[in-house]
Design a protein around this ligand. Structure first.
Ligand SMILES: Nc1nc2c(ncn2[C@@H]2O[C@H](COP(=O)(O)OP(=O)(O)OP(=O)(O)O)[C@@H](O)[C@H]2O)c(=O)[nH]1
Length: 354
C-alpha cells in the first residue's frame, strides 16, 4: 500500500486553513461581554474609590469598542491571531491587576476559571496552553500574596474545590481545542485529497490551475494538461478483485508522484482517470513526461498477494497552450479527446496532436 505520499504541487504555499470563523465569533462575544461588564465595573470601582482600576477598565472598554468595529474586516489568519494575542494579554493583565488591588474580595478570583476557556478558544492549543500556564501561575501567586495570612479563615474544602475546578476547566479546554483542531485538519484533508491515492481530488483542479497561470512571470510561458486513463482497468477488477484494483490505482499514483516535476500537480479525477498540470512547459517537455510515465507503468507491476506480476498500461492525451490564452475547461476537453484517440489507436500510447 502506498503511504506518506509526498505532494509535489503548490500545496505548501496555499493557505488551506482559512480563518476559523468560530474564533472570530468567540472574539466578538468576548469583546461584547468586556464592553458591557467593563462599563459596569468602571462605575462600580469609581464609586468605591478604586479610580486606578476604573481607569484601566475604561481603557479596555474603549479598546474593545475599537476592535469590535474592526474585527469583522480581518481576513488574514496570522493577523487575527496576533491581534487576539495582544488583546488577551492586555485583558488578562487587567484581570491580574484587579486581583492585586488592596482590599479586593476573595470572590474576584472566580474570574480566573475563564482563563483557559478564552485562551484556548481564541488562540489554539499551544498558545492557549502557555497563556493558561502563565496567568494561572500569576493568579495563584496573587491569591497567596493577598490571602495566605488569612488562610485559616478560608474554608479549606472551598479552596480545594476551586483549585480542582481550575484544573478541570483547563483540561476540558485543552482536549476540546485539540480534538477540534484534529477534526478541522481531517476535514481540510478530505476536501483537498483523494482518500485512496493521496493525490489532489477533482475539486482542486480549478484552484491549482488558476494559481499556476496567475503566478508571476508565467504570462509569456506555456502550460500543459496531461490526461491519463488506465487501460482495461475493469478487467483487473474482474480478474483480481477490487482490493487489487485499488492497489493498482495507488501504485500508479505513486509513479505519477515520482515522475512529475516539483512545480506540477497530480489529480485523481475519479475512477481510473488522472490529470497532471504542468506549468512552465512546452510540447516537447509535456510529451517526454507523458512517455516517461507511460513506460514506467508498462513495466511489470508487482502487487503484493499475487502469484505473478501482471501488466498494466495507460493511455495518455496531452495538450499545451500559452498561459495568456489558457482555459482549463477547453484544455481538459482537448486532452480528453486526445486520450480518446489513444484508446482508439489500441491503447498504451501518448497522443499529443490532432
Ligand atoms: N478498484 C477500483 N475500481 C474502480 C474505482 N473506481 C472505478 N473503478 C472501476 O474502474 C472500471 C472502469 O472501467 P471502464 O470505464 O469500463 O474502463 P476500462 O475497463 O479501463 O476500459 P478502457 O478505459 O476502455 O481501457 C470500472 O470497473 C469501475 O468499477 C476504485 O476506486 N477502485
Amino acid at each position: 500500500m502506498m503511504k506518506g505520499c509526498v505532494y509535489k504541487g503548490p500545496l505548501q504555499s496555499m493557505q488551506f486553513l482559512e480563518l476559523d470563523k468560530y474564533k472570530k465569533r468567540v472574539f466578538q462575544v468576548l469583546l461584547a461581554l468586556t464592553i458591557v461588564s467593563g462599563t459596569v465595573f468602571v462605575f462600580f470601582n469609581y464609586q468605591r474609590g478604586q479610580s486606578a482600576l476604573a481607569l484601566i477598565e475604561m481603557a479596555i472598554v474603549i479598546l474593545s469598542v475599537g476592535l469590535m468595529i474592526r474585527v469583522n474586516k480581518i481576513r488574514n489568519r496570522e493577523k487575527f491571531l496576533r491581534i487576539a494575542l495582544v488583546y488577551l494579554t492586555f485583558f488578562l493583565s487587567v484581570m491580574m491587576f484587579a486581583f492585586s488591588v488592596e482590599g479586593v474580595s476573595i470572590t474576584v478570583f472566580v474570574w480566573a476559571l475563564g482563563i483557559p476557556l478564552i485562551s484556548y478558544l481564541l488562540l489554539g492549543v499551544e498558545t492557549g496552553f502557555i497563556m493558561t500556564a502563565i496567568f494561572y501561575s500569576l493568579t495563584a501567586s496573587l491569591f497567596y500574596r493577598g490571602f495566605h495570612a488569612h488562610v485559616s479563615m478560608v474554608d479549606s474544602i472551598a479552596y480545594a474545590n476551586f483549585i480542582a475546578c481550575a484544573f478541570v476547566f483547563w483540561g476540558i479546554s485543552h482536549s476540546y481545542e485539540h480534538s477540534n483542531r484534529f477534526a478541522k485538519d481531517r476535514l481540510n484533508q478530505l476536501a483537498v485529497f483523494d482518500h485512496l491515492t493521496g493525490l489532489y481530488n477533482r475539486s482542486m483542479v480549478t484552484k491549482l490551475f488558476t494559481k499556476a497561470i496567475e503566478s508571476p512571470n508565467t504570462h509569456q510561458q506555456q502550460i500543459s494538461v496531461i490526461s491519463f486513463d488506465l487501460d482495461h482497468f475493469k478487467n483487473i477488477n474482474d480478474q483480481y478483485g477490487h482490493a487489487i484494483g485499488d492497489e493498482v490505482l495507488q501504485r500508479f499514483s505513486q509513479v505519477l508522484m515520482e515522475q512529475i516535476p516539483a512545480e506540477s500537480s497530480a489529480f485523481r479525477m475519479g475512477g481510473e482517470e488522472f490529470v497532471v498540470i504542468l506549468p512552465t512547459s512546452n510540447e516537447a517537455k509535456a510529451n517526454n513526461l507523458a512517455e516517461k510515465i507511460r513506460k514506467a507503468i508498462e513495466q511489470d507491476l508487482i502487487i503484493s498477494g499475487l502469484p505473478k506480476a501482471f501488466y498494466v498500461s495507460v493511455s495518455v492525451g496531452v495538450i499545451t497552450d500559452w498561459v495568456k490564452s489558457a482555459n482549463l475547461n477547453s484544455m481538459l476537453k482537448a486532452a480528453d479527446q486526445r486520450l480518446y484517440q489513444a484508446k482508439q489507436q489500441g491503447r498504451n500510447v501518448v497522443v499529443s496532436h490532432g
